[in-house]
Design a protein around this ligand. Structure first.
Ligand SMILES: Nc1ncnc2c1ncn2[C@@H]1O[C@H](COP(=O)(O)OP(=O)(O)OP(=O)(O)O)[C@@H](O)[C@H]1O
Length: 260
């Protein structure tokens, strides 16, 4: 099989069976190209997080191959800052200020002392928190905490950002604002994003492609190319069409309805 140009992530025949016997992924095949914004959409327990975690070198495939930038994911994590992870929980240290939370991974990595503060401030600027450098996590709203968490990931200047339901705990207004801001950052920074969500609207709003996962178990049931220009208009009829396509695909993947 030839190498695909600009391929940054490859799942090839990937099975993941946990030692409890749970089959989390079954023959997952997916090729992600540079610059894509891919969402894994699927019901609870279909293996979305498992797939994302393996891209971050957390856990190994039971069978098949996963490559990130053409290498073993564990090696990529060990030797570069090219991959960053944002979780649903912002995971901030309560005794550190906003700036110090973003600085922490840079300190741990031993990056240059003089430039790291500048890098952290720039990342906080990108997420609109330049005026809150000295605040503590307890003084921030849920949305602001998530912004700090995103800034912490961006400070490493990753080429690939992995996000596991980052906005799931936020209210709808905050979620929509963060989605918009995330897209702006994605476009400006030339990053690629792998994003996990349960939310069909979120997947259609954000993604260049949606990987719909099935719970029977851990299979890719559909790949949807979302051919809509950015920024997307949620009230647009084309947007609604994609929401319908993704919803039907999701229902089909859960075995409730056959695709029309
Ligand atoms: N460390 C683990 N050990 C054993 N089983 C696990 C482990 N992690 C996940 N699983 C199981 O693997 C399956 C897939 O889990 P995973 O978290 O990847 O799904 P998900 O699609 O991300 O679910 P959710 O949307 O609820 O987060 C589930 O049945 C889960 O219980």
């Amino acid at each position: 099989m030839g190498v695909i140009e600009n391929e940054i992530v490859l799942f090839q025949g990937v099975d993941k069976i946990y030692n409890t016997g749970t089959v989390a992924l079954n023959q997952l095949n997916l090729s992600v190209k540079e610059g894509e914004f891919i969402s894994f959409l699927g019901p609870s327990g279909c293996g979305k997080s498992t797939a994302l975690r393996m891209v971050a070198g957390l856990g190994e495939a039971t069978k098949g191959k996963i490559e990130v930038f053409g290498k073993n994911p564990k090696d990529v994590i060990k030797t570069s800052n090219d991959v960053a992870f944002v979780f649903q929980d912002a995971n901030l240290l309560p005794w550190r200020t906003v700036l110090d939370n973003v600085l922490l991974p840079l300190e741990l990595r031993g990056s240059d002392k003089n430039s790291r503060k500048e890098t952290a401030i720039k990342a906080l600027e990108m997420v609109g928190l330049k005026d809150h450098l000295k605040s503590y996590p307890r003084q921030l709203s849920g949305g602001m905490k998530m912004r700090v968490s995103i800034a912490r990931a961006l400070a490493a200047k990753p080429k690939l950002l992995l996000m596991d339901e980052p906005f799931a705990a936020l209210d709808e207004m905050t979620r929509q604002t963060l989605q918009m801001d995330l897209l702006n950052i994605w476009e400006k920074e030339n990053m690629s994003v792998l994003f996990v969500t349960h939310n069909v609207y979120e997947a259609v709003y954000l993604s260049t492609r949606i990987a719909v996962m099935s719970a029977r178990p851990g299979r890719l049931s559909n790949l949807i190319d979302v051919e809509l220009p950015y920024p997307r208009e949620r009230t647009n009829s084309k947007f609604t069409e994609y929401v319908d396509i993704a919803s039907q695909s999701l229902e089909h993947s859960m075995g409730r309805k056959e695709l029309g």
